[in-house]
Design a protein around this ligand. Structure first.
Ligand code: ATP
Length: 875
């Protein structure tokens, strides 16, 4: 793709002027001034739905429009008060729908905001993290592997900086970026080596860039086709419900046609029958179900934030409960990522740090100098040490022994480096020295030992005894320590070929450092919980197998004798053979991030539902492929976050398990909501449909049907979302993600309880008519409405009795129940409501009779649960 860069000229000139005036970045005041001038660094979004449109959408349903039309027609030819009452109820229904959708939308917006990217820029001469939208032309952006480039930048510093520009050019190979002349701007995008573009990713190295364009002025902004708003993804459940809803709608329409036909044949007034049939269709077609699922998931996602899990893709909330494998990084997730050096080995001498002082280890000067210099930790303005915890630990031990990085750098400044990457598992820095150049390499022991020939001792250089050093490092690793080897090499002049193969070889070993990273206490309990919940926790780490196994054993991930597989073994095994063994492996060690993909694939091929964590740039493919990719909020790179479905705000393994539990609860509650509404609908249909077969008139008027639908489906149904998790929710195996929503006898429940509701109402009607009671319709209306209230209380748990749960354990539901009860009583006893609802006040005896019959469903479902408890005592 060739896009002319000439249009940038003005911005570039301005930016270059800014660079000349200050290499330490903009001042905060100047940055805010420019933010006003250029606007936020954002791509324009598709126009959002206005609140009015959202409200209007509630009336889009075809059946509702038919109902309103029919009500108006019948109003014109009959009583206008009916029409008004029906329209009011329909509007109220729409308002409830609107309020819910609005809340869900706000919750989603908040989620999006929290997941918005940030970037490190130089402001007031200090590096500071700002929201990417606040970046302005003239800012200096610090780039590191894993960053998503936040704006179009001219590279002003590069340490092997490479970016991947597939988002712009379609080319997935990384492009090396360096500082070059300004003339490049008329080259095609992929060829401009001195520019990094918004939306591309830093795949390797480090660097800095000067912002030349932001927001819609960037190349990304110019390519209109790239500015696609993310389509809303439907969750698997929503998709299934939508298909199911269509089929059900047809069935309901057929039933309503029969109800209408039978009524007219029996001589009922055709217009009234038409209205009755349409009201029934409106009440019984569960057209709102997919929307309710979205609302529950969005509100669930909001709740998950409080538990430190930020959901990026809504379907993840639904599927969290189905997770069967959690594959987790070790460092920072299962451990605290607070490293301290515990043991040091140099010149044949092993020392616990507690006993250490600078005199007691021979050959220590060079060793500690190497630790201090080959180190990326630095101090900030407040004198805090910042950087990777491994680096900080090494920095500290050197400093504690009198080797201060800043002081030594005065005489031995860093002149070049090959940055650390988790593939090579080592890094190298080059320093000026009195005799030329010295390079220090530090990293994984096995690799460095292979590339070393000598060892530095107090008696000078000696031949390296590889077996001995490996034995010592393995002993240290078996105690759970991360062991790093430190080595050096001297050069007369800087090497012309700076490739790792050329530089990191022919080394002289200086010593080993053993670092402790304590396991997280809460991870232990979370792992225990995983096991009872049928979830297998697996550790995947770049660390040595002995270190990994020791920590995994402490956490309870593996027992003695359980499988530990190394990256090398994993690489050599063909996928089919690996699949045969994958069940028995609890720890993968010395794994390169790319290999995580093979693990996910093998597990998925075996039908497992995999959650996988990752933080680095190379973890992205595995995160994308996993059923639930989980990125780290604190240490994770932009790229890994972008590829994930969920972000752990505290990087903590226990948070994943809490989120799984919450996911199970949310799904349970959605199921309960479906159970509740569908049973109610089925009850309404049976009542109207079956009555004529018993020689009875149509039991309810359209306004009754619509009222029941409004008050029962509205608040009580939604309050089910507040239901706390079932006891033993983490003692059950995970739900199969493909499992039908009607599994576990939900479908049967809907039919039999619906029939029971229908028969109770018809019995009320028949009995009252037989005994000459003139209030029969008010009684049927009340029995059907309150039966549904009894039902909602009874299905709060799938097996536990309401009497042991207690009424107060879901206060919103109790409130909704009381309010609905009060409203129903008002339709009977508040005089002005009688003509609207065509009701009459009931006598005390009639009321008692009605209440008794209304509780039949409640007790019947309690009995069903009693038998469930007997059959499955554990659940
Ligand atoms: P996990 O996958 O459990 O999170 P990790 O991501 O911390 O582990 P890496 O950071 O890739 O794993 O480290 C793998 C190996 O690389 C370590 O065992 C160590 O040998 C080496 N290593 C780690 N950090 C450094 C560093 N700062 N300098 C040199 N080598 C390092």
């Amino acid at each position: 793709m060739n896009i002319s860069g000439g249009r940038h000229r003005k911005n570039i000139d301005e930016a270059v002027t800014a660079l000349k005036s200050s290499l330490s970045g903009l001042s905060s005041e100047e940055a805010s001034r420019r933010l006003e001038q250029y606007g936020p660094n954002e791509l324009k979004e598709k126009k959002k739905k206005t609140m009015f449109m959202m409200l209007l959408d509630q009336f889009k349903d075809f059946m509702i429009l038919v109902l309103i039309a029919a009500a108006v027609i019948s109003g014109i030819v009959g009583e206008a008060s009916d029409t008004i009452a029906i329209i009011i109820i329909v509007v109220l229904n729409a308002v409830i729908g609107f309020v819910q959708e609005y809340r869900a939308e706000k919750a989603m917006e908040a989620l999006k905001k929290m997941a918005a990217p940030s970037a490190v820029v130089m402001r007031d001469a200090m590096p500071s993290t700002v929201p990417a939208s606040n970046i302005v032309p003239g800012d200096i952006v610090v780039l590191e592997a894993g960053n998503i480039v936040p704006a179009d930048l001219r590279i002003i510093e590069s340490a092997m900086l490479k970016t991947e520009e597939a988002a712009l050019t379609g080319e997935s190979l990384s492009v090396e970026k360096h500082t070059r002349s300004i003339d490049e701007e008329n080259l095609p995008l992929g060829d401009r080596k001195n520019m990094a573009y918004k939306g591309t990713t830093v795949s390797y190295g480090r660097g800095q860039g000067l912002v030349v364009a932001t927001g819609m002025d960037t190349e990304l902004g110019r390519i209109a086709a790239m500015i696609q708003d993310e389509d809303e993804v439907k969750t698997p459940l929503q998709k299934r419900l939508a298909v199911f809803g269509q089929r059900l709608a047809i069935a309901v329409l057929v039933i309503c046609a029969i109800v209408f036909g039978l009524g007219v044949m029996r001589g009922e007034e055709p217009l009234l029958m038409l209205l009755t049939a349409i009201s029934l269709a409106v009440a019984a077609i569960p057209e709102a179900l997919p929307a309710v699922v979205t609302i529950s998931l969005a509100l669930g996602a909001r709740k998950l934030i409080k538990q430190n899990a930020l959901i990026r893709k809504l379907p993840a909330v639904e599927t969290l409960g189905s997770v069967t494998y959690i594959c987790s990084d070790k460092t920072g997730t299962l451990t605290l990522n607070k490293m301290t050096v515990e043991e040091i080995w140099a010149d044949g001498d092993i020392k616990r740090v507690k006993e250490l002082n600078s005199q007691s280890i021979k050959a220590s000067d060079t060793f500690f100098t190497a630790l201090a210099l080959s180190n990326d930790a630095k101090t900030d303005a407040e004198n805090n040490i910042i950087g990777d915890p491994t680096e900080i630990a090494l920095y500290n031990i050197a400093k504690d022994n009198g080797f201060d990085k800043a002081a030594i750098e005065q005489t031995m400044p860093r002149v070049a480096e090959i940055p650390f990457d988790s593939e090579r598992k080592r890094m190298t820095t080059f320093h000026k020295s009195a005799d030329g150049i010295v390079s220090f390499t530090k990293g994984a022991v096995e690799f460095l030992i292979e590339k070393s020939e000598h060892i530095l001792t107090s008696d000078g250089l000696k031949e390296l005894n590889r077996a001995e050093v490996l034995k010592i490092s393995e002993r240290m690793a078996a105690d759970g320590l991360r062991v790093l080897c430190i080595a050096m090499r001297t050069w007369d002049s800087p090497p012309a070929d700076m490739s790792p193969e050329n530089v990191e070889t022919g080394l002289t070993v200086l010593g080993l450092a053993g670092l402790m990273d304590p396991p997280r206490e809460e991870a232990k309990e979370a792992i225990r919980l995983c096991k009872t919940a049928g979830i297998k926790p697996v550790m995947i780490t770049g660390d040595h197998p002995a270190t990994a196994a020791a920590i995994a054993r402490r956490l309870g991930i593996i027992e003695d004798g359980d499988g530990v597989m190394t990256g090398r073994e994993l690489q050599e095994l063909p996928l089919e053979d690996f699949e045969k063994r994958v069940d028995s492996i609890g720890v993968y060690a010395r794994v390169a991030p790319e290999q995580k993909l093979k693990i996910v694939r093998a597990l998925q091929d075996k039908g497992q539902f995999v959650a996988m964590t990752g933080d680095g740039v190379n973890d992205a493919p595995a995160l994308k492929r996993a059923d639930i990719g989980i990125a780290m909020g604190i240490t994770g790179t932009d790229v890994s976050k972008e590829a994930s479905k969920m972000i752990l705000l505290d990087d903590n393994f226990a948070t994943i398990v809490r989120a799984v539990k919450e996911g199970r609860r949310i799904f349970d509650n959605i199921r309960k909501f479906i159970k509740y509404t569908m049973t109610s609908n089925s009850g309404e249909i049976w009542t109207i449909f079956l009555a004529p077969f018993f020689g009875l008139p149509v039991p309810l008027l359209p306004i009754h049907i619509l009222w029941i639908n409004l008050v029962t489906d509205g608040l009580p149904g939604l309050a089910l979302a507040a239901e706390p998790s079932e006891k033993g929710i983490m003692n059950k195996p995970p739900r199969h993600p493909q499992e039908s929503i009607f599994a576990q006898s939900l479908g049967i429940h809907i039919i039999w309880v619906g029939l029971l509701m229908g028969f109770t109402s018809i019995f009320t009607q028949a009995w009252s008519i037989k005994t000459g009671n003139a209030h029969w319709q008010t009684m049927v209306f009340t029995v059907l409405c309150l039966s549904q209230m009894g039902h909602v209380l009874a299905i709060r748990s799938d097996s536990e009795s309401l009497f042991s749960q207690g009424l107060f354990s879901n206060k919103p539901l109790l409130g909704a129940f009381l309010l609905t009860f009060a409203l129903q009583m008002a339709t009977i006893y508040v005089p002005f409501m009688n003509p609207i609802f065509k009701t009459e006040p009931l006598s005390f005896n009639e009321l008692m009779f009605t209440l008794a019959l209304s509780s039949v469903v409640f007790f019947a479902v309690e009995i069903e649960k009693f038998f469930r408890r007997k059959k499955w005592p554990a659940s």
